[in-house]
Design a protein. Sequence first.
Length: 382
Amino acid sequence: MSAAGLRGRGGAWFPTARKWQAVRAEGGQPFVIANGHEGEPGSAKDRHVMTTRAGLVVEGLCLAARGVGAREGVLFVKEGFHAAADALQRALDALPRQAPELRVVRGSPAYVAGEETAILEALEGRTAWPRAKPPLPAGVGFEGRPTLVQNVETLARVPAAVRDPQAYRRDERTLVSIWGHVRRPGVYELPLGLPLRRVIDEYAGGASDGLGLIFPAGPSAAPLGDEQADTPLDPTALRQAGSALGTAALLVIGRSVCPLAVALSLAAFFEREACGQCPPCTVGTSGLARILRQLESGGARAADLRALHEIAGFMRPHGYCAHARTAAASVAGLLERVPEDVAEHLRAGGCPRPTAQCDPFARHSREILALEAAALGDGTPA
Ligand code: SF4
């Protein structure tokens, strides 16, 4: 795994070999979990991989179990992902007897329930809320045992990485969910390093309304402007450009859309999905959303904008999980990209182009439904 250089596709791009080593070094009775609780708005690649490559996910989980010395584990699938859970069960049924003891567990529909320590809580019979850290699951995980929690796309790549590490390293590919204002939304497998503009043009048929904003990580990082569209699809390059790759839920927003309407959609998503355990997150996400509602409707002054940045600064170091700091970085980062639009809203006393509203991060937004229809075939909200 070290030679292949495989990095996790759950959003952090953390080296898989180091994660395995951390669990193995603990000794005891390790446990393995395949994380199929995909919840990021605009990400459909984990459902795609579980339904179309279930055998590879299960094979990857068996290899991971062998790597860390585990004899049992689970495949944790979000509630409502019926086709994915059924495909994984069929793959498990085909395993030989000497394989590790594995079972499919269906989780809850909540967004934060896919966070790795929230999965541990759910498996132990409690509400699926993130735990305070440390300890990390590698040291103290399921029932106190060293636990490896690995994203399902990562696991599906393990067999190829183990079989021929050098070949894997030479041609590293990743799944990208491309959604929003593009001609062909969908899940695409493509090489890392392609400029975003080429990804959008060659795979998704191009932007349908010009390139306004590009969110390479969906809601999980600040967007890029069209002048940054030649940044490579690569986690390091995108971080250097002030964004991230995350789960590669690449959202394109057209030029005619009001960017502050998108910022409000983003803030409302974080407000809606905060689980309520940490006051800086609960109060902070609702504060960000309130000020953006005022900006759009005309009730905001310059002092409110200063308050928004103060709230974001306060939120950054807090919270049991990454929700609070991600909300702060994404929302404040978006506003920093569009200073002229912000000034125009303050000057005009509200949105100067109310016909250009767009709510992509709403639960079953038009943009999410279009992606799911293209990537999963039936358009059924998950
Ligand atoms: S940071 Fe937010 S989402 Fe995460 S545990 Fe705390 S309240 Fe819940």
